[in-house]
Ligand binder design. Structure first.
Ligand code: FMN
Length: 324
């Protein structure tokens, strides 16, 4: 499961794995600005579980500072984690301009310096999530030889450059070049919305170690199980299970926020993705988008479940929206 700041936090990971199968690793949204030996209580609460229903959780860090990374690693090790993940993919100009996230990709010398400093002391495994480059998809070709010098666990590559944000298409040619160069296990990330998308990627890159699912999984939580050919119920039963899942998520978030109204913001953010597996995504989302109270939210969810069909990922509405 790919990480999503604001969505795939502890509560989401816990509730998701309670309802669905198919995922075998859960990345946390990134942690940053770790200035002290210990994280604040609210941030460390997010790292309360080293696994969810037997599925390992991997804390992610966004940093360009070796000392900060070692502090975070030490903290995660004390909590019992086995691996951390380094974010070199975040595309947002605010982050990239400071040389963090995908802003680190044009600087293999800096990456080498950090890895040389941290790897001898790192108390747990390190994986990296990255893009092909910041401006240009060849940037990764100068980075892979650096990664190859270190015993990294795996590389999850989102087949776009930072400057693209989420626009345009994934670059299969540049991804393949990078994968061929790597002696570290490589996973693919980017635009897997249906089983067909997965089969295409798997066909093109038979040596892949794993795929990482993001928006496709948020839109249809049955996608991982479908890909893994695990039993998945018919659409009508899926709809009932999705209802139970979103209700659990909602009530758990209310508990987390002690009935604070930010629950509504969280749920709206998630509904934007989930709506793409209903028959009319725009109408579904507009019902949820405007709610201002818990009563409004509950009425909106009741009405949308009775008025719209659950069509799942087969309908491929996410991609249709993207290609408009
Ligand atoms: C709102 C949002 C928040 C995200 N937060 C993170 C994050 O914290 N860490 C990270 O590595 N990637 C983050 N991503 C990127 C996703 O993990 C993923 O790489 C991206 O959506 C591409 O995969 P997909 O096409 O399967 O969705 C975020 C993406 C979005 C849209």
């Amino acid at each position: 499961m790919a990480p999503f700041q604001g969505i795939t936090n502890l509560v989401f990971r816990e509730v998701f794995t309670c309802h669905f199968t198919g995922v075998n690793k859960l990345l946390t949204p990134f942690f940053t600005s770790i200035h002290k030996q210990n994280l604040s209580t609210s941030r460390s609460k997010e790292l309360l579980h080293v696994s969810e229903h037997g599925i390992p959780v991997v804390p992610q860090i966004l940093s360009k500072d070796a000392d900060e990374m070692l502090r975070f690693a030490g903290f995660c090790q004390q909590l019992g984690f086995d691996e951390i993940n380094w974010n070199m993919g975040c595309p947002y100009p605010r982050v990239a301009r400071k040389g963090r996230g995908s802003g680190m990709l044009p600087h293999p010398d800096k990456v080498e310096e950090i890895l040389s400093q941290i790897m001898p002391e790192l108390p747990l495994k390190l994986s990296v999530k990255l893009r092909l480059g910041y401006e240009n998809p060849d940037e990764i070709l100068n980075l892979i030889p650096v990664f190859n010098h270190f015993p990294l666990e795996e590389l999850a590559i989102h087949a776009r450059v930072g400057k693209q944000l989420y626009k345009g298409s994934a670059n299969f040619t540049a991804f393949e070049r990078a994968m061929q160069q790597s002696t570290i296990p490589v996973g693919y990330n980017g635009d897997i919305f249906t089983k067909k998308d997965y089969l295409k990627v798997n066909d093109l890159f038979p040596k892949l170690s794993f795929v990482m699912l993001g928006r496709g999984l948020l839109a249809d939580p049955f996608l991982p199980a479908t890909i893994k050919q695990q039993p998945v119920p018919e659409l009508a039963e899926q709809k009932q299970l999705i209802r139970r899942f979103v209700d659990d998520l909602y009530f758990e978030r209310r508990k987390q926020h002690r009935d604070g109204l930010q629950t509504l913001g969280n749920m709206k953010e998630y509904w934007w993705y989930l709506s793409f597996s209903f028959s009319n995504p725009h109408k579904v989302f507009s019902r949820v988008k405007k709610v201002k109270s818990f009563n409004d939210y509950e009425d909106a969810v009741n009405s949308l479940f009775s008025d719209f069909e659950w069509v799942g990922h087969q309908a491929n509405l996410f991609k249709k929206e993207k290609n408009k």
